[in-house]
Write a protein that binds this ligand. Structure first.
Ligand SMILES: Nc1nc2c(c(=O)[nH]1)N[C@H]1C(S)=C(S)[C@@H](COP(=O)(O)OP(=O)(O)OC[C@H]3O[C@@H](n4cnc5c(=O)[nH]c(N)nc54)[C@H](O)[C@@H]3O)O[C@H]1N2
Ligand SMILES: Nc1nc2c(c(=O)[nH]1)N[C@H]1C(S)=C(S)[C@@H](COP(=O)(O)OP(=O)(O)OC[C@H]3O[C@@H](n4cnc5c(=O)[nH]c(N)nc54)[C@H](O)[C@@H]3O)O[C@H]1N2
Ligand code: SF4
Ligand SMILES: [Mo]
Length: 741
């Protein structure tokens, strides 16, 4: 028997796993007790990597759509011949924008798409770039970019040292943390309480995290910005803001715009926000006082605060409060990670940059602005449906399942069936990929190396951990980066047999050139060709990772990480301002004009009353991972999880019994779903988890089909987007509720 140590690639927690193997089989998966970050913690999904690896439905060879609509296995050359026949034709007939790309969530968890996805996007030169980020975290990254200068400058709560944690719209006991890379969140939260600290959770549902917290506050969905503004109001009103000149005030002295924030907050006293938020004024005043009085405190918001109607504004206010209470950039507060492989906060001149610009171009049909170089995925269906120049006629999905993940699934499903050509790089034939003409599978995660390039940028400690593949790739199976570069070959007119190694050499040389030209890089002024030669014989992601580590803040090498299979601990987070700033002013902007302009919209909400309207929110379960892990029996066994949570009062009002079938209808669609009557959700709010609805005829996931559930995104509305970032509003959807006949 053998044993391998590797990082779990499934969620943001980056747990170390110890995988016992026998020849080419996984015998057992356990937590790696020696992992410098996770110390042996793992969740049921980590264990299921064995089943994922063995899943008979997981694709091991390319599939080609047949004239009768079925799929047949093909060789890689056959698959690429079909792509080379159709993709350039679409580009020729309709222009570069005729090809759209959608990058899904696992693309942020694997090195190949993180490093080579952008090469493909550049090669395609299309405006129609979409990703799961506009159904997820872009509001937070947009607020962070406007305040601190880059989408990577997202402050993370210093979980291990804070004395007071205010969590809004996140359930890390189920999600294992997000934009907060922290294995064993439960243990870290227990640590806060053991230190005598306090945890407060603001959520329309009484979640596992809320139960563990010292206080849980129900909030009417979509009103967090009001609550947060009321807290800001009290901080000023009661003289509770930190003294920026004093020691221990974090980065407050580096902040501009404090007076603007003070003036804006005047309109939002807690007495004025209470009716709309459902949070009583005295509770808000106490929340503010406790935040200010705690030796250290951090405010943290996630999905419930981003994928809602005030996502960017709420995300901004989270860090406004962190700054005003003196907790921005100080131990125990909200801090900036310094990732070993570098990030925009570590590269280039410290303390100042170009800042962030948004809306440099817009979507063709609805005119929604670009955000971080992408268009909001809520416009994908209309861009396919609407004729005219720039109409999307082909789609490439990479590790994405937009049919289950993006708003108004029925419209998107219909649109996908109208495409001239579709390619999916994916491990399953699922609700999205069955529309594809060609499916290109990556190797199993255990047949790939791993380094969490994206997630280590938001870690609550500075850590680095590289895992080599556990098993060799099967004969003839290319790595995912090779597949992506082969697509680059087709997109750039080099054809299906382009020399992938040569393209990779070119990509690496360009990366080295950028590095040696940066006067602030440790590699500044070196000869590019010599640096490249020093990275040999590595190729692919390993070569790029080695370069990034060498030029990163700790000047590590990949060999250093290979010598430390349990990871390298680079210490607790350290204050990084002003160095990590990349704003044009060189200051932290507490009142970015783009966001200030959105405050007007909040005033109208003050007048809203809980009026009998029922709104829908989502939820996550520990044994799910968005839409794609429901094919593993070990994770889906047990009672039905895709149920409607509804408060007894609302259930009684519409005559709905526990266990009976409810009908839920929105502007976009309607579903029937088993009701679970529970006081864990507040009156006026119902909850359905997303990522279900697997009873789609063309999909080939037998276990998932037998545990189908319903698709919550049939109900979410593609026309409802948060105006600043174009991110879909997935929480707080107005719905009608009735008992199904
Ligand atoms: N209503 C509602 N909708 C939501 C959310 C919500 O809270 N409520 N959450 C949103 C969020 S936060 C997100 S991130 C999105 C997720 O949206 P998506 O990223 O579109 O969806 P996933 O379910 O993550 O699908 C991942 C896809 O990648 C494939 N896959 C898995 N592993 C690999 C791999 O290693 N390589 C490749 N190439 N493919 C792989 C899977 O088979 C699947 O097709 O959903 C969003 N949608
Ligand atoms: N087990 C598991 N882990 C996951 C995932 C998964 O699907 N399953 N997905 C991964 C992904 S892609 C992401 S982005 C993260 C997400 O990580 P989290 O944000 O922690 O995810 P959720 O558990 O959906 O928590 C969101 C909470 O917001 C609440 N909420 C809804 N609307 C509002 C509102 O208007 N205001 C407030 N204050 N709260 C509201 C919901 O009730 C819910 O409890 O999780 C990641 N980890
Ligand atoms: S918490 Fe996340 S990283 Fe850790 S084992 Fe579970 S899925 Fe994997
Ligand atoms: Mo996500």
């Amino acid at each position: 028997m053998g044993s391998a140590i590797r990082t779990c690639p499934l969620c943001e927690a980056t747990c170390g796993l110890e995988i016992t193997t026998q020849d080419d089989e996984v015998v057992r998966v356990r937590g790696d007790a020696h992992d410098v970050f996770s110390h042996g913690f793992l969740c049921p999904k980590g264990v299921s990597l064995k089943q994922l690896h063995e899943d008979p439905d997981r694709l091991r060879a390319p599939l080609l759509k047949q004239p009768d609509g079925s799929f047949a296995p093909a060789t890689w050359d056959e698959a690429f011949a079909v792509i080379a026949e159709h993709l350039p034709a679409v580009m020729e007939a309709g222009g570069r924008d005729a090809v759209a790309v959608y990058l899904g969530n696992p693309a942020a968890h694997t090195m190949a798409p993180v490093l080579y996805g952008r090469v493909l996007l550049k090669a395609l030169a299309t405006k129609n770039i979409f990703s799961a980020s506009t159904v997820d975290q872009y509001p937070k990254q947009m607020a962070s970019a406007l305040m601190f200068g880059s989408g990577s400058s997202v402050p993370v709560p210093d979980l291990d040292r804070t004395d007071h944690l205010l969590i809004l719209g996140a359930n890390p006991l189920a999600s294992n943390g997000s934009l907060m890379t922290a294995p064993d969140v439960r243990g870290r939260l227990a640590g806060i309480q053991a230190r005598g600290g306090k945890i407060v959770v603001v959520d329309p549902r009484r979640t596992r995290t809320a139960r563990m917290a010292d206080e849980h506050v129900f909030i009417r969905p979509g009103t967090d910005a009001l609550l947060l503004f009321a807290i800001v109001h009290v901080l000023f009103d009661e003289g509770l803001t930190a003294d920026g000149a004093a020691d221990g005030a974090g980065a407050l002295s580096l902040c501009d715009g404090i007076d603007t924030v003070r003036a804006l907050a005047l309109d939002f006293p807690p007495e004025a926000t209470a009716a709309a938020t459902g949070v009583a004024a005295d509770v808000v005043r106490r929340m503010a006082r406790e935040l200010a009085a705690a030796p250290t405190a951090a405010v943290y918001g996630r999905i419930g605060t981003t994928t809602q109607r005030f996502g960017t504004t709420a995300s901004w206010l989270v860090d406004v409060i962190n700054a005003l209470t003196g907790n921005l950039d100080r131990p125990g507060g909200a801090m900036f990670t310094a990732p070993a492989a570098g990030s925009p906060t570590t590269r280039g001149a410290p303390g100042r940059g170009r800042g962030a610009r948004f809306g440099r171009w817009g979507s063709r049909v609805r005119g929604l602005g670009e955000v971080f170089g992408e268009l909001p995925v809520a416009v994908l269906a209309e861009e396919i449906e609407t004729p005219g120049e720039g109409q999307v006629r082909a789609l490439i999905t990479i590790a994405g399942n937009p049919v289950l993940s993006t708003p108004n699934s029925e419209r998107l499903t219909a649109a996908l069936s109208e495409l001239d050509f579709m390619v999916s790089v994916d491990i399953y034939v699922n609700e999205t990929t069955w529309h594809a003409d060609v499916i290109l599978p990556p190797p199993s995660s255990l047949e790939r190396s791993h380094y969490d390039l994206a997630l280590y940028g938001f870690a609550v400690r500075n850590v680095a951990n590289y895992s080599p593949p556990v098993f060799p790739r099967p004969d003839g199976m290319p790595d995912e980066w090779e597949t992506l570069l082969r697509l680059v070959g087709v997109a750039t007119g080099q054809g299906p047999d382009a020399d992938v190694g040569a393209i990779d050499d070119f990509v690496a040389l360009e990366a080295v050139r950028r590095e040696v030209a940066d006067e602030h890089s440790p590699l500044a002024g070196l000869v590019a060709e010599e640096v490249l030669a020093s990275l040999a014989p590595r190729v692919g992601p390993e070569r790029l990772l080695d370069l990034m580590l060498r030029s990163g803040p700790y000047e590590l090498t990949l060999a250093d990480l290979e010598a430390a299979p349990h990871g390298v601990d680079l210490g607790a987070l350290e204050p990084r301002l002003p160095g990590a700033l990349r704003t044009a002013s060189g200051r932290a902007e507490l009142a970015p004009p783009e966001i200030v302009a959105d405050v007007e919209r909040l005033h109208a909400v003050l007048e809203e009353r809980v009026n009998g309207q029922i709104v829908l929110v989502g939820r996550r379960d520990l044994r799910s991972n968005n839409s794609w892990m429901h094919n593993l029996p070990i994770l889906v066994k047990g009672p039905e999880r895709c149920t409607l949570h509804v408060h007894p009062r609302d259930a009684a009002r519409v005559g709905l019994q526990d266990g009976a079938t409810a009908r839920v209808t929105s502007r976009a669609g309607s579903v029937e779903i088993v009701a679970e009557v529970t006081e864990d959700v507040m009156p006026g709010v119902v909850s359905i988890p997303h990522g279900w609805g697997h009873d789609v005829a063309g999909a080939r996931m037998d276990v998932a089909r037998a545990n189908a559930g319903v698709n919550a995104n049939v109900l979410t509305d593609e026309n409802a987007v948060e105006p600043l970032s174009g991110t879909a509003i997935l929480n707080g959807i107005p719905v009608e509720l009735s008992a199904a006949l």
